[in-house]
Design a protein around this ligand. Structure first.
Ligand code: ADP
Ligand code: MG
Length: 202
């Protein structure tokens, strides 16, 4: 079972990964976007870390993820803030008030969270967005957290030859081909941080 401390560690590990990779995320957002994805997420996850540090010590997993999601929505300008915010809020809502959740419950909640991202952004698989990492990632959660992280990483890499059909990159049409999607790349970081946390490495 996964308790609130697990979710705090997951969000801390994500913030650390975003700090480490912020420059790379911004570089990826430069040819097919406006070069702000790293700084957007850095601002957001630094705020998440602060919000969770100030959260009630007894807050359950669901409440922590909802707080993280609300914090991303209020601090990240840009498409990715509401999208990641929705992912974490919906996942947290699915977890409810339970003090501990099973891996299966977390897997189902994350699937609902990813479905909410698709509902909000209207993107389909292959549109060269964060969903191209999130969908294969959550689909592999039934195998293991590491399998999910690997599937998300492969999904992010597989965005390179795609034509962007949603978000800023879609304005480029065929010129978006040949570049890895920044949001898919950061989604792989989120699931990699989850796997590290589950393995006790974070
Ligand atoms: P902005 O595009 O507003 O500058 P960011 O640079 O922070 O925001 O995030 C860009 C990322 O957001 C893209 O790489 C893509 O993965 C994701 N994204 C944009 N629009 C959508 C959408 N409609 N559905 C899913 N993901 C999207
Ligand atoms: Mg951008």
């Amino acid at each position: 079972m996964r308790d609130a401390d697990f979710f705090r560690r997951w969000m801390d590990a994500t913030a650390a990964a975003v700090e480490r990779e912020a420059d790379r995320l911004t570089e990826l957002d430069s040819p097919i976007g406006d070069a702000d994805h790293g700084s957007n997420l850095l601002r957001g996850f630094v705020a998440v870390r602060g919000a969770l540090a100030g959260a009630e010590p007894a807050a359950p997993p669901g409440a922590l993820l909802q707080l993280a999601g609300r914090t991303l929505i209020s601090t990240v300008g840009g498409a990715s803030g509401p999208l990641y915010g929705t992912l974490l809020r919906r996942t947290g809502k699915e977890l409810g008030e339970a003090a501990e959740v099973s891996d299966e419950e977390l897997s189902e909640a994350l699937s609902a969270g990813v479905a909410a991202v698709a509902g909000l952004g209207g993107a389909a698989p292959g549109d060269k967005t964060m969903l191209d990492a999130l969908l294969p990632g959550v689909a592999a959660l039934g195998t293991s957290y590491r399998a999910a992280a690997d599937a998300a990483e492969n999904g992010a890499r597989a965005t390179v030859p795609l034509i962007a059909r949603k978000g800023r990159a879609s304005y480029l049409g065929e010129r978006s081909v040949g570049h890895q999607d920044p949001g898919a790349t950061s989604s792989a970081l989120l699931l990699d941080a989850l796997a590290d946390t589950a393995e006790g490495a974070a």
